[in-house]
Design a protein around this ligand. Structure first.
Ligand code: PLP
Length: 251
């Protein structure tokens, strides 16, 4: 029998479909992986902003993840918004007990519109660094997140991709991969002129997880994911996709 390449997505639910769990599962489908998904949070948001975020009970979250992965083992895991400290603990514990591999964590802290997506920022950052990141193959902060997380040069237990999409007034959007041993690799990109940028971080990280699930090595998966993101940003630039920053072309 054949087997799907499987990705487990653990992320917040953005009903507008441009970011979070819905966007992540669309990306997995479009890049050839079978997506499973568990919501960490139900948000009230659209392309113009975030009004509210209600975290899912961490025990319920854990039960859902365990039942899904006991049945279908994920080849990769994409972690996005994780709202509460209890959720970080439960997810980290499951990754360790089930020895899940190819874990990609997008450290979603604050939405582009400025709404905090974490209950307690200091606790959320500390728990991620202590419990979750050391279990990851890759952590994908943008520049403001890498500052908040205190990501520095040098060796650590996990690889970090610092995304350049937030470099102001720049034509380029290069990402830097800092390997565990401190080695660096640059991934060049050009900034794409579009208003529809909602969920770019979600799309990149889930495309990387999907590549890893299909057996790509890390730098191949990043290259393919950057190409996928650029293409979807370009295609989406012609569309009226909401009143704010719309989602990209995930069709
Ligand atoms: N909502 C959810 C559930 C998310 O996961 C994210 C980002 O990862 C956002 C909102 C914010 O998306 P953006 O900053 O692209 O608006």
């Amino acid at each position: 029998m054949k087997r799907y390449n499987t990705v487990l997505v653990i992320a917040g639910l953005d009903p507008s479909g441009g970011a979070g769990l819905l966007a992540d599962t669309k990306v997995c489908t479009l890049t050839g992986s079978y997506a499973m998904g568990v919501a960490t949070s139900l948000t009230v948001q659209n392309t113009a902003g975030v009004w509210r975020a209600e975290s899912i009970d961490s025990t319920l979250l854990g039960e859902q993840i365990e039942k899904a992965i006991e049945d279908i083992r994920p080849d990769a895991v994409k972690i996005g918004m994780v709202q509460s400290g209890g959720q970080v603990r439960v997810i980290s514990d499951i990754i360790r007990r089930y020895e899940l591999k190819n874990v990609v964590c997008d450290p979603v802290l604050v939405s582009t519109s400025g709404h905090s997506l974490i209950d307690d920022l200091d606790e959320g950052i500390a728990l991620r660094k202590e419990l979750l990141f050391p279990l990851c193959e890759l952590v994908t902060p943008n520049l403001p997140e890498s500052r908040l997380l205190g990501i520095k040069e040098g060796a650590r237990e996990y690889n970090v991709l610092v995304k350049g999409g937030h470099i102001e007034n720049s034509e380029i959007s290069d990402d830097i991969l800092i390997y565990k041993d401190g080695e660096r690799e640059q991934f060049s990109g050009r900034r794409i002129k579009t208003r529809n940028t909602h969920g770019t971080g979600c799309v990149l990280s889930s495309a990387i997880a999907s590549g890893l699930a299909k057996g790509m090595i890390l730098n191949e998966a990043i290259t393919a994911a950057k190409e996928f993101l650029s293409e979807r940003l370009k295609h989406g630039s012609d569309y009226d996709a909401g009143h704010g920053h719309g989602g990209m072309y995930l069709i």
